[in-house]
Design a protein around this ligand. Structure first.
Ligand code: NDP
Length: 264
């Protein structure tokens, strides 16, 4: 079975690390042209060097771009248009979560979180929409979190903003059907990546190894599969939803949480 991605023009926001980078690699391996962005130039250059060391003939483009900056995103979209001559697939992955409860979330933190969850998706969609409308297999896939359905008090702002993103994704799926653009999302549980490495660095017991720390988290949280996900696991779900293999799927969300979802 092939994902039918050979020669497809694809964009991944936040492609320089973690889930985004695993997605970039999978798309490149499938023969797609891949453009990705991130804010940190060094990390972006390192990710490009890594991909080209593994796939020397890959057609790739990287751009330093903050997805919350409309002008940056427009510039990125223009670069992709000039280089690839169109876009078939947009994967909105850039972002991070905020660990805070009601008491220690200031008003400005709420605003920042809402801005991040909405505009990290809205700016790229606006910028890439004209190109997607020209594609015969267009799709938008948003990285979202299981927090959208299963909120956690210690991530109060992120949980509620994630619920809004799930709702927004559904509306967009309906509105964009007229352009034959499918819109879907994945709902993540906990996945090993830079966010978790940062939290690991700040762990209370500095003697704990990565494996011990991660294993304890999985056990404490009651993840049925007793481990965190690897970045390539959500990447595979993202690539499936984004690809023509999912041609009759829109307004849908795939759970990638190792069974952590407590809902039917
Ligand atoms: P990483 O920190 O490993 O990767 C995040 C990527 O996004 C990096 O490339 C980062 O590069 C980029 N990025 C972040 N903010 C921006 C921005 N404003 N503009 C452009 N690029 C940006 O994290 P993950 O791989 O874990 O996270 C990927 C997505 O999955 C995020 O949206 C995250 O919230 C979501 N998620 C992750 C979970 C997990 O357990 N890992 C759980 C639930 C959701 P740079 O910093 O250089 O900009």
């Amino acid at each position: 079975m092939s994902f039918q991605l050979e020669g497809k023009k694809t964009v991944v926001t936040g492609g320089s690390s973690g889930i985004g980078l695993a997605t970039v690699e999978l798309l490149v391996a499938e023969g797609a042209l891949v453009a990705w962005c991130g804010r940190d130039e060094q990390r972006l250059n390192d990710s490009k060097a890594l991909i080209l060391s593994r796939y020397p003939n890959a057609k790739v483009l990287t751009s330093t771009c903050n997805v919350l900056d409309k002008n940056d995103v427009k510039k990125f979209a223009d670069q992709v248009q000039n280089e690839f001559g169109g876009v078939d697939i947009l994967i909105n992955n850039a972002g991070q979560g905020r660990v805070s409860n009601f008491e220690n979330t200031a008003d400005e933190d709420w605003l920042k979180e809402v801005e991040l969850k909405y505009f990290s998706v809205l700016h790229p969609i606006r910028a890439f929409l004209p190109a997607l409308q020209q594609s015969e297999c267009a799709s938008i896939t948003n990285v979202n979190s299981l927090l959208a359905l299963q909120p956690e008090p210690h991530m109060i702002a992120t949980s509620s903003a994630r619920a809004a993103l799930l709702n927004l994704t559904h509306s967009l799926a309906h509105e964009f059907s007229q352009y034959n653009i499918r819109v879907n999302s994945i709902l993540l549980g906990m996945v090993e990546s830079a966010q978790w490495k940062r939290r690991f660095a700040d762990r209370s017991d500095q003697k704990q190894t990565w494996e011990e720390w991660i294993g304890n988290i999985a056990k404490k949280r009651g993840i049925p599969m007793e481990r965190l996900g690897k970045p390539e696991e959500p990447a595979r779900a993202l690539v499936f939803l984004a690809s023509p293999m999912a041609s009759y799927t829109t307004g849908s969300a795939i759970d990638v949480s190792g069974g952590f979802n407590k809902h039917l």
